[in-house]
Ligand binder design. Structure first.
Ligand code: AMP
Ligand code: MG
Length: 512
């Protein structure tokens, strides 16, 4: 029987988690906002967004504040955890300097063109320039309806909020470019999905939320002036070196292709499956965005798909590079008017840029796989070794993460893999591989092969405890453990191993 959520439709949720935070006392009841907003996107023309404040929630309580990220942004984490900070994250109080907007975009969803999407449940509060001199968006997700909600309620259930917190921060800890999570709150309100769920809001941080779909929106309404303004904005924010080039917009396209190739290589090297690689879910900054039905693969099988809505397996693990390539071709198409006044010349440039994706991806992937195996040069021989290993892993359905950790330990003569063995038939391969290792091999491998990843069954357990038992302990524990993915603690075996029989998660749901 499915457990009943802790709240029913009549009740206010009553989620109050103030005791569980790992931050100090709420010593700053705070009238002033210690966030120096500077909102460059909101200074773009009015048809780039809708000015729209978040809507009110009834009794917000803090779930978790990301103190390290707050520090990186120059924001006082204690303030963020204070009543004033919670009100901001919940969308109840518009802090001074914020200028909340919801942005418009379009996109190809599962290959089908949708001419008008947009932030249907997200509000960009504004941007901050951190002490590192990088500009970051602070966006609320689940903060109420907007003109782009298309009939949706603008809300997020708590479960997906917790999932995004766990997975985005784990990705960051593993060195994958990604949007981050600054804080999460429970709203105290119910959101109605298949069953009533407690609601949540996530404060998301990105270098920007500009998507391939943002370009596609302006391209589809044939607004070349807006396309140009958007391209200028993206160059300023992410790729200022393009200014020096003969054709800055072509440079921009090439830079995005390069960043996406490197990003997708990192996903593949970790067994990460995004699940919804629609063009509205791909950022020009090259950060991973929109953790919906995403999942990490346990047993290695390139055809793995988790998302319950991905019936045709369009976004299967093995398809991710090809899909990214296709998405980038649609970006190039949208940017054609910027590349050259002569259409044929523009098409030729775009084609050449898009053709650059495959070699860039392969180079990044082979380099990363080389690191995972402690090998330095990608020769024909090492590439054959890589392919043979993947073939063995596939045949024996060995655990993707732990197989690399097992090999890491072999290279270093240690046991930090809890005795995991990938299965029969690896010994011959190991005999071919070991002579190729040099003295730095083990340290390269340790840095490339995580032990603690947000495995699907652990994420589900954490969500289940929070939503059905009001117990945030497993969530906090998982955030902390996966925040140190390369470490080893003999007591944490349960967090490194695949799901026990019967508990493995075969399908994930958007739950939006
Ligand atoms: P996603 O698949 O999460 O990227 O969402 C696709 C689009 O649907 C985006 O434009 C979202 O803003 C919008 N959307 C998703 N969930 C909701 C919701 N609960 N209410 C309104 N819009 C939503
Ligand atoms: Mg999206």
């Amino acid at each position: 029987m499915t457990p009943t959520p802790i709240c029913d439709a009549e009740q206010r949720c009553g989620f109050r988690y103030n005791g569980l935070m790992n931050n100090g006392p709420m010593n700053n009841p705070g009238g002033t906002t210690p966030i120096a907003f500077d909102n460059s996107y909101a200074r773009l023309p009015e048809h780039f967004f809708a000015r729209q404040p978040p809507s009110h929630v009834s009794s917000p309580s803090i779930i978790r504040v990301n103190s390290a990220l707050a520090a990186q942004l120059g924001i006082d984490a204690d303030w963020l955890a204070s009543p004033a900070g919670i009100q901001m994250v919940a969308g109840n109080q518009n802090p001074p300097g914020a200028d909340p907007i919801s942005t418009v975009y379009a996109g190809f969803q599962f290959g089908n063109w949708n001419p008008q999407l947009g932030d249907g449940r997200a509000h960009l509060l504004g941007e901050v320039v951190g002490p590192d001199n990088v500009r970051y968006d602070i966006q609320l997700k689940g903060s109420g309806p907007t003109p782009y909600s298309r009939g949706g309620d603008g809300r997020a259930p708590l479960g997906p909020v917790l999932r995004e917190y766990i997975v985005s921060e784990a990705m960051a800890a593993m060195g994958v470019p990604t949007t981050r999570t600054l804080a999460a709150v429970a709203t105290g309100d119910i959101v109605q999905r298949d069953e009533p769920q407690p609601g949540g809001v996530l404060a998301r941080v990105a270098q920007s939320h500009i998507r391939i779909g943002t370009f596609q929106y302006f391209s589809s309404i044939q607004d070349v002036e807006a396309l140009q303004l958007l391209a200028e904005h993206v160059i300023d924010r992410h790729y200022p070196h393009c200014r020096e080039l003969d054709n800055p917009y072509l440079g921009l396209l090439e830079a995005v292709i390069e960043h996406q190739a490197e990003l997708i290589a990192k996903w593949q090297l970790l067994g990460f499956i995004h699940g919804v690689m629609n063009t509205d879910n791909m950022l020009l900054s090259g950060e991973t965005v929109d953790y919906g039905p995403c999942a990490f693969m346990d047993a290695f099988d390139p055809a793995t798909v988790f998302s319950s809505i991905d019936h045709a397996g369009r976004y299967a693990y093995q398809n991710q590079p090809g899909i990214a390539n296709w998405n980038l071709a649609t970006l190039a198409q949208a940017m054609l008017p910027l590349l050259d006044a002569n259409r044929d010349a523009a098409v030729a440039m775009a084609q050449q840029a898009v053709d650059g994706f495959a070699p860039l991806f392969v180079a990044a992937y082979q380099q990363g796989m080389g690191n995972k195996l402690g090998l330095q040069i990608a020769s024909d021989e090492t590439i054959e070794l890589m392919n043979d290993l993947l073939g063995l892993m596939r045949a024996s359905r060995s655990d993707f993460t732990l197989t690399f950790r097992y090999l890491t330990d072999l290279a270093g003569d240690q046991d930090e893999h809890y005795g995991y063995h990938p299965g029969d038939g690896f010994d011959d391969w190991v005999r071919r591989w070991q002579p190729q290792l040099d003295e730095q091999a083990h340290s390269r491998m340790v840095a490339a092969n995580p032990l603690y990843i947000p495995r699907n069954h652990l994420v589900e357990d954490a969500i289940e405890a929070a939503v059905y038992r009001a117990d945030l302990g497993p969530f906090h524990r998982l955030v902390e453990i996966t925040g140190k993915p390369y470490g080893y603690d003999p007591a944490l075996e349960r967090f490194a191993m695949p799901a026990p029989p019967g508990q493995s998660v075969r399908q994930t749901f958007c739950g939006t």
